[in-house]
Design a protein. Sequence first.
Lengths: 221, 525
Amino acid sequence: MTEISRELVHTLSLLMIFTSFAAVEARNLRHATLAYLAQALLICGLLVAYSVGNEALLYWAATALVTKAILVPWFLWRSTSGAEQETKPAIGFGVSAVLLIALLLIMYKFTHVHAGLFITVTGGLAALAKTNLAVAFTVFVLGLYAILTRRDAVKTVIGLCLLENGVHLSLVSLAPSIKETALAGIATEVVVTVYLLLYIIGGIRQKFGTTDTFQLSELHW
Amino acid sequence: MLIEMPSVLPILVILIPTGAAVLIYALGRLSGQLREAIAVIGAAGAFIVSLAIGYTALHGAVLTSVGKQLYADPLSALLVTLVSFVGLMATLYSLKYMGHQVHEGDLPHTTTSGRLTAFYGWLMLFIATMLWACVSNNIIMLYVAVEASTIASGLLVAFYWDKRSLEAGYKYLMLLTVGITFSLFGCVLVYAAGAGILGGSKGLLLSELKPIAGRFPATTVALASAFLIVGFGTKAGIAPFHPWLPDAHAEAPTPVSALLSGVMLKVAIYALARTVSLFYPDFPPIAMFALGLGLFTLVLGDLMALVQDDLKRMLAYSSVSQMGYVLMGFGIGTQLGISAGLFHMVNHALAKSLLFLAAGAVIYSTGVRHISQLGGLAKRMPVTSFCFFAGALAISGIPPFNGFQSKLALFVAGANAGAWIAVIIGVATSLVTVVVALRAARSIFWGKTIEGVGGSTIREAPASVCAAMVVLAVLCLAIGIYPRALYTPLKAASETLQTIRVTRPETLVRENTCTKYRLPAELRQ
């Protein structure tokens, strides 16, 4: 991999974290969808940058483009039609932003230090893989944070998408030689899960008149 | 010694119900009878192929397909037989039951025919995905298949499309997908470590990973095990990852509840056992952790079941508890422990499916699902009454039903491994199960007749509904009376998993002062 490619990968990786932050913190669901779309395009760019010397990653990039950058944002966009504003989250913007930045820094630092334990590649690529893995875990944790703290059901789906992006990104470092069939299986499932979740959320909106998960209290212990 | 043999059967067992689903979607709206016939043929076809897989597995053959991507060893054979059998029973039960549950005009823009077509289509896909998980030898595809079973059952959970089922469907899909994503991380870590040793795509195959898992770095093993336990444990209803379970199992249509509780949980714990047991011989603390989690699960599940008034929720919490027993067996980690865990898994699949189907029959006839609002149904519903009591006695571990045999085997395994605290907790919780199950059975069938609930119009459920229950009840009794019939497949299945190494000589058969129970020769090492 050339020096330019490495720099490009570092930059794209770090931009992934910013897009995650935007997707979690944007109160307008369509803005959050656009942040997610930007992240999906970054993943495609990363995969293309990594594909120097491993052409199989180009297939990954194409799969990610179709599933993450086209289908999922389209589903999200459709489901937010007429209900663009997110239900007020459990934690306000200021506190949430501080918490998120703290979480982000801790996760990134922690994973970056310990990532070497799981990386199989050696030489110059090892440093790149460490950054990639640190970003992947950080995006994963930010997705989990969104699911746990957001009240709006559509926003929790965006959180789930971030979670999946984190895992997807980690595959580049941990399993670059994984078979395309396995990858296609993972990518397809994300799309179908998101579609079904949004379909059910549509039903919830009809029956409950809201997508606020705090209002889902028909079932008790 | 197992001999690998290429075969089309592992593909067929997945393709038959998948094909049935496609046909149902294509032709299901033309005729109700055609739709139901395709569903029954699909489920029965999968069961027949499963029996063929089981037969060959018992004769020492491991069937492989698609370059060992699909792999049917004795453990897979046991699971596919169980899944396809319960699937067939649930399909037969659905024929009358679902027709009664769905009415024209329930939902706008949807016809009864359209809804039932969707129901049977998703049901077939649900069975197919579970069977796929059972024969998958590729660790990533194992995750894909387990998650596919979540997707296939998501709309079945929300099938009634009312407030309760929509809430349950949302929680089900969201919590399980988040949980299962953890297991993907675990699978990827295992693959990465395996590929580093084996090279290339061999690191994906569970059968290839088994001999080399001891060479993985301890940190990788610890992190991967944690991810796998959280991921597959969530799907298996292991506490504290179980909150989705009572909602989904209670709100889904009864045949789906029977499949969820009866076999889907087992498929998840199978995935957990397949992956985590890779590390048992060299990292025994993982087994200890599983044992602790199993004990916590069985106690919490039973305590929660004790305070439920909704019949289906009570059964759902009871499933949490029984999965704790299965995990306890896997956590003991010896071959007897794993055999006993598998034995209990089979017995619980039969007994809990039976209980859910019987609960469905009660709801079918009375329209009521709260235990406190039911009473005195034994005279009007004698078959359902017999079947519910059979299931209740089975999960309580009362002889001569099957649950007694597997719980006894679990306790003997625990005692042999020196896990006395686990045995004491297991026995004590079993007593709570007796209270939970028999109190509900007595209240519903023998208790005072509640006025205003169906009144004199209450009748026994239709023959096809009763037939599925009677078959399961007879099996619960038959296995309880003659458990030996299952010992050979159980022993063969348990031998495919890695066990912990014991430092002291262990005789699986021990006649000591605490128990005179002597295990049969088939289960001895």
